[in-house]
Design a protein around this ligand. Structure first.
Ligand SMILES: [Zn+2]
Length: 171
């Protein structure tokens, strides 16, 4: 199945449904527990130039994460692979190489854009950010404030910055 463009609203709904099903109401989102609750096996290991991969063999699903990446990066990659699992059932394996930036605008394939968008949506949900912004408004120009917010969500400052940019007018 070739997708012509990313299914943004479907993906946002999916992420928000998963969070409410798991009764997760505040950051940081326990992405590892969410993935494991689906009987997906996660392994952390040395993967050289691969940041993450997912392989399906029948009912067995296996995600590999590069342990040499930063913790934030590993969380984002795990959420990205989980996105492939949920959104792209037709394909049995994905290998995501390191040169792929977590900035989705640099992703080339629609599937990669979708997996990145899913990762951003589940790790930095609009509802959570809206509450944070109501308590203490974070100006995107304020580097220290964005950094603090990123820490709270266990994501990179770069990922948070991009997320806030994408959500301008919605928070
Ligand atoms: Zn991918």
């Amino acid at each position: 199945m070739a997708l012509s463009r990313p299914r943004y609203s479907k993906i946002e709904r999916l992420a928000s449904d998963l969070l409410s099903e798991s009764k997760i109401k505040r950051p940081p989102v326990p992405i590892e527990a969410m993935v494991r609750s689906r009987d997906i096996e996660i392994h952390f290991g040395k993967l050289e130039d691969v940041s993450g991969l997912i392989v399906r063999e029948g009912n067995h699903v296996f995600i590999g994460i590069n342990e040499d990446d930063s913790d934030n990066r590993q969380r984002f990659t795990l959420a990205h692979e989980f996105g492939h699992f949920l959104l792209h059932p037709g394909q049995n394996a994905w290998y995501d190489r390191k040169y792929r930036s977590e900035i989705s605008s640099k992703a080339v394939d629609v599937e990669e854009i979708e997996a990145n968008f899913f990762a951003a949506s589940i790790l930095m949900p609009p509802d959570f950010l809206r509450k944070d912004q109501a308590q203490r408004y974070v100006d995107i120009e304020d580097g220290d404030a964005v950094k603090d917010l990123a820490k709270k969500y266990n994501v990179s400052t770069q990922a948070m910055n991009l997320r806030l940019l994408n959500l301008i007018g919605r928070l």
